[in-house]
Design a binder for this molecule. Structure first.
Ligand code: RP5
Length: 162
């Protein structure tokens, strides 16, 4: 996104995950947080995974959002190689509806944290919002934009159900 150095890395195990992960990107674009998007597979491109995780802190990434489906090792493997906070998004799989993804991501051993979000689109949206909130702790202008985003959401909820 844009010319600014990315603060958030959005990575995913396959291009097939983009339909889910684009919702995290949309949120960050709305909030004006510079991000990058990459396909990094724990199983198919392990050396790319290693390079990405090892360089994340040096490149100035504040958060990595990692989405994967099925045997979803990507978030945990990234977290094992960087102190940059990792948010995991379980992508909905065809065979098991994302329960496999969720359980692969959420049940990390003590010592290597991954902040796991909900399965699918809501998880991707919330990963974007949570990543922005983390960056906003040291960015007052972003904090204002995030407050405004939340106020607009509140104002958009009708009181009347019909
Ligand atoms: C995982 O396998 C990816 O994260 C994706 O959710 C899943 C299926 O990948 P494709 O076979 O569609 O490339 O690694």
């Amino acid at each position: 996104m844009g010319a600014a150095e990315p603060r958030i890395g959005i990575i995913m195990g396959s291009r097939s995950d983009w339909d889910t992960m684009r919702h995290a990107a949309d949120i960050l674009a709305d909030l004006g947080v510079p991000y990058e998007t990459k396909v990094v597979s724990a199983h198919r491109t392990p050396e790319r995974l290693y390079e990405y995780a090892k360089s994340a802190a040096r490149r100035g990434l504040a958060v990595v959002i990692a989405g994967a489906g099925g045997a979803a090792h990507l978030p945990g493997m990234v977290a094992s190689m960087t102190r940059v906070p990792v948010l995991g998004v379980p992508v909905e799989s065809k065979a098991l509806k994302g329960m496999d993804s969720l359980l692969s991501i959420v049940q990390m051993p003590g010592g290597i944290p991954v902040g796991t979000l909900a399965i699918g689109k809501p998880g991707a949206i919330n990963a974007g919002l949570l990543a922005a909130a983390i960056v906003a702790t040291a960015d007052p202008a972003l904090a204002e934009r995030l407050d405004a985003w939340r106020a607009r959401q509140t104002a958009s909820v009708a009181f009347d159900p019909e």
